[in-house]
Design a protein around this ligand. Structure first.
Ligand code: MGD
Ligand code: MGD
Ligand code: SF4
Ligand code: MO
Length: 875
């Protein structure tokens, strides 16, 4: 049987066609009809069926670590919340939500806390992600409206990708861009990113700007547009306001374009080439993401970009507009329901008493919040100060993803009541939970999500819940009932919640609010189940949805005109110092998702990168005496990070790149958030996660080695560095310690019990040992230099054997002597093709991604690795 659903990873929101087997998802492929992906899936989407199953899942409710019934757990949450409110008032309670919740879950959580508990102390991980983009749109348009749609990416003549590594993070949109460029050779692509990324594979022009100079770059463009007399006067006069103030703010920043180019760290010719391209092209899309948002001037960055579109009138028609791209599968749905602390609901906020009254009446809410609540960083600071005494975290992992994560851990540790709803049993955040509530995950949950182009799609239930897991909307509603709000939370099915959400969107709207899906106010269960992907607004006037906004030049400001925002120069806040001389940039990898709760469950997604790392350029490596592949330590007064050095030409001097994914579930010291100061944008409250400051040094361990064991063994290693890499049936660990290991045999005995075979070579400083159960291999431990660690495929085979022969035992101990083919780093995760085979094929004359695909199959399934294949060819 086949069922259609939506991918739970990125904001592209691809349609998935799931083939169901006996209690499992047997296979996934792209939904050919879905307008986001037309049948394609990237590497993460195409491995969805591999990250399911009950292994590692949170399967029953826990109170103080003890398994309890649902009734007991829900009673406990309700009682403790009521008690806290009674004693300390509603503002002593907070929720922290996630763009990975479904719209229905999100709506109910927001309604409970803002309408009934009576506080707006509810924020979401979208604060770390989209809040600057939201604030930018609201300042310019009077509403949080994404004007564009994916078709625009194909219809445009100039794509400006700002602070977006689209190739890795929105891979299917990247494939659509690639296809568009093949079809339209006139389409030009500009990438603005301090790093050279896989996305640059598509770029005609790469502006490797100094981090944190985006607003100046775009203010410079605005000033160029004005001084070269390229302003669309008619548009500016009729549809905008505030032009003169914005132009004077932009023009005052630098004396000359040469000065500006120097400030941005690029040469004048490149800068001017970009400005000319932008000015000369009618159809321009600026496509922007975290390089723009995660900045202490993220809101200004957005408006600096939007200003340029307004000045040229490049908005509201096909192929043009400022397109902020969402990250999470339901970041947009969260914005719709108003999940952020400064939103109310359905694109209304606390700035209007009328709106507060309207939502209060609609919900029949006794106790509606009256003002903005605390935003994420401030919220966890208030927890540590004891101002917030009860926090309920749903679907996010703040102990990894917030800046100054050690502070967040402290806050959670000290908070009298921490409730965590999650799918997984073990995360950095759930460690601090007094009450753990098991939530259904993808394939089990059922509801809607909205993607980056405002398209609402269904995530459908494919499998029964794991263990006792329950849907988030159900959990929240049950708690609400127990708190005395039974009538307002009497939902039996998510379609009822969706219908209510739709009704609120149209309630006393009359065209005053952009978000309107009132056509669905009376949706039935059958219609909801059959819902086809559709872009909001969906109203009587637009029953099939709306692809593009602002075609009529009417905006949601009081005057109906779009606003130019004067942007003045603003430097990043975490500037390097002599003690902390390097700028730390953080971001994503192609094959991992955030804190790895899902992607960390399949070995396939570790083959691209399997350890935390630090990327730096050759000159910095030389200066610090660091060689490729050695372990390095990043430090900051707040904490430390350990990862492997990757030396690359893609980094600018003085800047490091660190992946955001690894954490204490996978590595000893790899929470990069500990190094980031809690600095935020003054308007949006979004943290400056792309611009930390750190020192770097080689770790110089006394020994390095590796360990491999049956997956259920779960050893812990009291060493300076360990990283766990899940394999198919086993788990692999990289190990290193700055303390000497005098007696490795005794160490093994202490840790693992009986040692069955071992070999020590003091001269070579190597040691190998293994433990068996009967004749079956349980674990193997090797001390040897990092460079000699072989690939583990052959060892995994030995772990699968039920009986180990004498030869195999010898082989195990002589590991370096055996013939092992090293595949290099795996570039194509789908077919497990490594860089060595690819480089060989290139040297034999394969000089295109297609030719490589024909020979090795790489790049022929999901296509996510094609930019890297091209980069290897170029090299
Ligand atoms: N594979 C994968 N895909 C994902 C995710 C994932 O975890 N894994 N997460 C999803 C989510 S939630 C999000 S929000 C999106 C994020 O998608 P992106 O925004 O593309 O992701 P990042 O890698 O965080 O950052 C993008 C780029 O910003 C650059 N940058 C850093 N500083 C600056 C600067 O000052 N100016 C400019 N112009 N650029 C800068 C970085 O070098 C980086 O290449 O990805 C989504 N897709
Ligand atoms: N330094 C730095 N920090 C960053 C970023 C960065 O680029 N650099 N990026 C920021 C951005 S853009 C984002 S979006 C955040 C992401 O950061 P987080 O939201 O903290 O990361 P996730 O790993 O996605 O956490 C999701 C959790 O929710 C659980 N979960 C999944 N589905 C469900 C569900 O349906 N219900 C419930 N109850 N639980 C569920 C998962 O098991 C997992 O534990 O990180 C932010 N932090
Ligand atoms: S691009 Fe990949 S991760 Fe994003 S929605 Fe599509 S398949 Fe999922
Ligand atoms: Mo995000």
């Amino acid at each position: 049987m086949h069922k259609l659903t939506t991918c739970p990873y990125c904001g592209v929101g691809c349609g998935v066609d799931a083939e169901l087997g006996e209690g499992v998802v047997a296979k996934v492929q792209g939904d050919k009809e879905h307008p986001s992906n037309y049948g394609r899936l990237c590497v993460k989407g195409s491995s969805l069926h591999e990250v399911l199953g009950t292994n590692g899942r949170l399967l029953s409710p826990l109170v103080d670590g003890q398994r309890v019934s649902w009734a007991d757990a829900l009673d406990r949450v309700a009682e403790e919340l009521l008690c806290t409110i009674k004693e300390h008032g509603p503002d002593s309670v907070a929720f922290y939500l996630s763009g990975q919740l479904l719209t229905e879950d999100y709506y109910v959580a927001n309604k409970l806390i803002k309408g009934f508990i009576g506080t707006a102390n509810v924020d979401t991980n979208s604060r770390l992600c989209m809040s600057s983009a939201v604030a930018g749109y609201k300042r310019a348009f009077g509403s949080d409206t994404v004007p564009c749609c994916y078709d625009d990416l194909e219809q445009t003549d100039l794509l400006v990708l700002v602070g977006s590594n689209t190739a890795w993070n929105h891979p299917i949109l990247f494939q659509r861009m690639q296809a568009a460029k093949r079809k339209n050779p006139d389409l030009k692509v500009v990438v603005v990113d301090p790093r050279r990324t896989a996305t640059c594979d598509l770029a005609d022009l790469h502006l490797a700007i100094k981090p944190g100079t985006d607003s100046e770059l775009f203010s410079g463009l605005l000033s160029y547009i004005s001084s070269e007399d390229l302003v669309n006067r008619a548009y500016v006069t009729q549809f905008t306001e505030g032009f003169n103030e914005a132009i004077s703010a932009a023009s005052e920043q630098f004396n000359s374009r040469a000065e500006l180019a120097e400030y941005c760290g690029i040469d004048l010719a490149t800068l001017e080439q970009f400005y000319q391209l932008f000015s000369a092209t009618d159809k321009v899309i600026s496509f922007y993401s975290q390089g723009v948002n995660q900045s202490s001037s993220g809101t200004d960055n957005s408006n600096a970009i939007i200003n340029c579109h307004l000045a040229t009138g490049r908005i509201g028609y096909p192929g043009a507009g400022p397109f902020s791209i969402t990250g999470q599968p339901n970041a947009m749905g969260g914005r719709e329901v108003g999940g952020l602390a400064n939103q109310l609901a359905a694109h209304m906020d606390f700035s209007s008493a009328e709106a507060i009254d309207r939502v209060g009446r609609f919900w029949d809410a006794p106790n509606i919040a009256q003002a903005n609540g605390l935003t994420a960083v401030n919220l966890f600071q208030a927890v540590e100060k004891g101002e917030i005494k009860a926090v309920w975290v749903m679907g996010t992992n703040p102990a990894v993803s917030l800046p100054n994560t050690n502070q967040v851990s402290r806050a959670l540790e000290e908070c009298p009541l921490v409730v965590v709803s999650d799918c997984m049993a073990s995360t950095e955040t759930i460690r601090y939970a007094d009450i753990c509530l098991p939530a259904t995950g993808w394939s089990e949950k059922n509801g809607t999500v909205t993607n980056a182009e405002r398209r609402i799609s269904r995530q459908r239930g494919l499998l029964p819940p794991s263990g006792e897991a329950k849907h988030d909307w159900w959990i929240i509603s049950e708690v609400a009932k127990r708190m005395g709000y039974a009538e307002a939370f009497d939902y039996q099915h998510p379609y009822q919640i969706f219908a209510e959400h739709a009704e609120l969107s149209g309630f006393e709207n009359d065209g005053k609010r952009d978000f309107d899906i009132s056509l669905f106010s009376d949706i039935t269960e059958t219609a909801y189940d059959a819902l086809k992907p559709v872009q909001w607004p969906v109203t009587n006037d637009a029953p099939y949805g709306t692809a593009r906004m602002f075609a009529d030049g009417r905006f949601y400001t009081p005057s109906g005109k779009a606003r130019f925002i004067p942007v003045t120069a603003n430097k990043p806040k975490q500037l390097p110092t002599p003690e902390l001389p390097y700028v730390m940039n953080t971001g994503r990898l192609r094959d991992q998702w955030h804190t790895m709760a899902m992607t960390g469950r399949t070995s396939r997604l570790f083959s691209h990168r399997d350890e935390p790392f630090v990327e730096l350029c050759q000159a910095d490596a030389q200066k610090e005496g660091i060689v490729e592949g050695e372990l390095v330590k990043l430090s900051h007064p707040q904490g430390e990070y350990i990862g492997r050095a990757r030396i690359t030409d893609d980094q600018r001097p003085g800047e490091l790149f660190v992946p955001m994914h690894w954490n204490g579930e996978f590595s000893a010291k790899a929470r990069m958030g500990v190094l980031l100061e809690p600095v935020t944008d003054p308007i949006s409250g979004q943290p400056e996660s792309k611009h930390g400051r750190v020192a770097i040094e080689a770790l110089n361990p006394k020994w390095q080695g590796w360990f491999i064991c049956q997956a259920e063994m779960k050893p812990d290693f009291p060493v300076t560095y360990w990283t766990r890499v899940p394999k198919k049936e086993t788990e692999f660990y990289y190990l290193a310690d700055t303390a000497e290991l005098d007696d490795p045999l005794q160490w093994c005995r202490d840790k693992f019990g009986e040692v069955d075979i071992w070999l020590e070579d003091k001269a070579e400083q190597s040691f190998r040992a293994a433990g068996l159960q009967g004749e079956k291999l349980q674990w193997a431990f090797f001390i040897m230099p990092y460079g000699q660690i072989p690939s583990t495929g052959w060892l995994e085979e030995m772990f699968a054997e039920t009986e180990l022969s004498l030869d195999q035992r010898r082989f195990l101990l002589s590991v370096t002597g055996c013939e092992i083919e090293d595949p290099g780093s795996i570039i194509c995760s789908c077919y497990q093709v490594g860089s060595n085979a690819i480089e060989d094929a290139i040297s034999q004359g394969c000089c295109s991604a297609e030719a490589l695909g024909e020979k090795l199959k790489c790049g022929t399934n999901c296509g996510s690795c094609i930019p890297e294949l091209n980069a290897l060819i170029a090299k």
